[in-house]
Design a protein around this ligand. Sequence first.
Ligand code: FPP
Ligand code: MG
Length: 299
Amino acid sequence: MLNRVDENIEKFIKDLDDDRVIELYKNISSGKKLRAKLILKIADNQTEKAIILASIVEMIHAASLLHDDVIDDANTRRGQKSINALFGDKTAIMFGDILYSKAFYELCNFSTVISQSISGAVSKLSVGELLDVELSKQFNSNVEKYFDMIYKKTASLIEAAAYSAAFLAGYDSDKFALYGKNLGLAFQIIDDILDITSDDKTLGKPSMNDYKEGKTTLPYIYLYEKLDSGEKQRLLSLFGQELNEKDKEWIKQKMETSGALKECFTLVNKLGNEALQSIQEYKNSDLEKIIKDMIQREY
Ligand code: FPP
Ligand code: MG
């Protein structure tokens, strides 16, 4: 079914009737499609509409990553050169605008409840990205600020996708929204953990990159809380810096021995369980699997 989403996105791109846009789209590699999977699994009684909604949400997600790679000055995405690395920032920004304006055009065919839910989430995404940029200016030890940022930057679109799919299917959309929100929060924390525990090849982008980019992700916030004062100073001195192998090893080892990573995993499992609890009456084993796979993923 996911291939039908890919086909539908290609059709939307062709509708734009511009060879350059078609060429550019060929340079975007396919991702995990978590949001599309979620929509298809929730609204499985509304397949045709679900495929279109999934295509719209994946196009918005792809657009947000095009802009994010410009903002983060990232050269790789999903194991390939990013659009900004290949064609420059201006092209990447405009291509992002093309993808998300087409997505909004198609979203107009849905009910007000759905179109407001998805478009409202895109405002949150943008505010979340702004917060991310602001927070990256100095070391952040505030867990609440981190959660507010990841809710907006990542979880809001997953929440809106689950809400809208449930609305389409005729289910209690608020319950599915809570599932999506907790799934999204857990997803971002796993992303932040993998940056530390995984390698470049598996991730399809450089590992140990967040802290260098000025991102004090949850593992770093927890680690800071657990270090002695000398170690705290060392961690602070590395913030936003190009890390050498010795520093990387020190951080990785401290993340393990201090229990910072373990604390993150405990929280991820708690969020996963809360997500499942909110929709338990629907007994949807596919949605349980999405949570399990997301927690156990390697990239
Ligand atoms: C990746 O974060 C970024 C996001 C999940 C959202 C980015 C949102 C915007 C740029 C605003 C919305 C814009 C449009 C056009 C809809 P990350 O940098 O932590 O993850 P990464 O390591 O995968 O880059
Ligand atoms: Mg980024």
